[in-house]
Ligand binder design. Structure first.
Ligand code: AMP
Length: 338
């Protein structure tokens, strides 16, 4: 008998250029995961509508993200890569789950509260509020067991689990209860100028963020300007309370060099912050160069990207349909299809 691999689902919104936060928090693990799990890697274009701005050219952003997925080592022969809006079942399940979710629990989502508190986005749409339910649909549709996420999505995933358990309690075994995979290191890369907040691709101040396709000059400049501290004499060590900026830079360096932070602290002992920053900028540039090169190769081959997206959607729809029919039948919907 063939032993089926557990299902793993992950997604990124094509709402702008992807950052080293996206990469370090989740995407760097993807190519290895596809050897152990049945992986579904989704480009969440419907989610990106929650923070939609006219300057985002959707089709271009989706193709960019797809090319980056491939550049990060995702193999369409091993994993299902697809675009969320190509699989209509996400919206269908979304409506059903809306009716099994509570206003109160959505109101408690800290990501939503942060976005409205900081007037991060000028006009708040309802989609931004109900976003975690669409996320629940994405995950539950595929009977997912594992969801690799950064810290920022932990609360959302808890909600997904609650919704799934609620449906299972009412209707029997409908959904697999998903588990988060949060890596110890690099699960929350912080902004360069405000190291107490998350590095985010939708940050209005682009100096807070290093993009995966960032130019060499700007990598060096942004890292040079990154906030540190005024401890005298300057010393490089990890301490989130006292040294948020330095700790974040150490976290980035550790992720891209695969060296433990404790090892780096010893290695970098006695050097000046400016020297430390130069090392990071150099390492980042070397690290991102092959990704960028590979990105350009795929990005210049639109017909191949279209083929990957088309075939991925066909495979995803097949799996999604099974769950949708299951829940329709549990809900006792009238169906004339057999
Ligand atoms: P998003 O940018 O919201 O589409 O997030 C896509 C994935 O990247 C999610 O799993 C996030 O948890 C992860 N992610 C986004 N920003 C960061 C960050 N600054 N640090 C670590 N992980 C992140």
């Amino acid at each position: 008998m063939i032993k089926l691999k557990p299902i793993l689902f992950s997604a990124v919104q094509p709402s702008g250029q992807l950052t080293i936060g996206n990469y370090i928090g989740t995407m760097r693990h993807w190519s290895n995961l596809q050897n152990h799990y049945q992986c579904l890697y989704c480009i969440a274009d419907l989610h990106a509508l929650t923070t939609f701005n006219k300057e985002i050219f959707f089709k271009e952003s989706v193709l960019d993200t797809l090319a980056l997925y491939l550049a990060c080592g995702i193999d369409p022969e091993k994993s299902i890569i697809f675009i969320q809006s190509h699989v209509h079942q996400h919206c269908q399940l979304n409506w059903i789950l809306n009716c099994f979710s509570h206003f109160g629990e959505l109101s408690r989502m800290t990501q939503f509260k942060t976005k409205i508190d900081k007037n991060y986005i000028k006009k708040i749409n309802v989609g931004l509020f109900t976003y975690p339910i669409l996320m629940a649909s994405d995950i539950l549709l595929y009977q997912t067991t594992f969801v690799p996420i950064g810290q920022d999505q932990k609360q959302h995933l808890e909600l997904v689990r609650d919704i799934a358990k609620r449906c299972n309690f009412l209707y029997g075994n409908v959904f697999t209860i998903p588990k988060p995979c949060i890596h110890q290191s690099g699960s929350k890369i912080m902004s360069l100028l405000e190291p107490t907040k998350k590095m985010s691709k939708s940050d209005l101040n682009k100096n807070n963020v290093i993009f995966l396709l960032e130019q060499k000059k700007s990598i060096f400049l942004k890292i040079k300007n990154a906030v540190t501290d005024s401890e005298k004499p300057s010393k490089i060590y990890y301490n989130l309370q006292k040294k948020a900026g330095i700790s974040n830079l150490l976290e980035i360096l550790s992720a891209i060099t695969n060296k433990e932070i404790t090892f780096l602290e010893k290695e970098l002992d006695g050097i000046m912050y400016s020297e430390f920053k130069n090392i990071i900028a150099e390492e980042l540039y070397n690290f991102l160069s092959p990704i960028k090169e590979s990105f350009l190769y795929y990005r210049n081959n639109t017909s191949y990207l279209e083929k990957v997206a088309y075939e991925g959607a066909l495979k995803a729809r097949l799996q999604a349909d099974l769950t949708l029919h299951k829940i329709y039948s549990k809900l006792n919907f009238f169906s004339s299809f057999k």
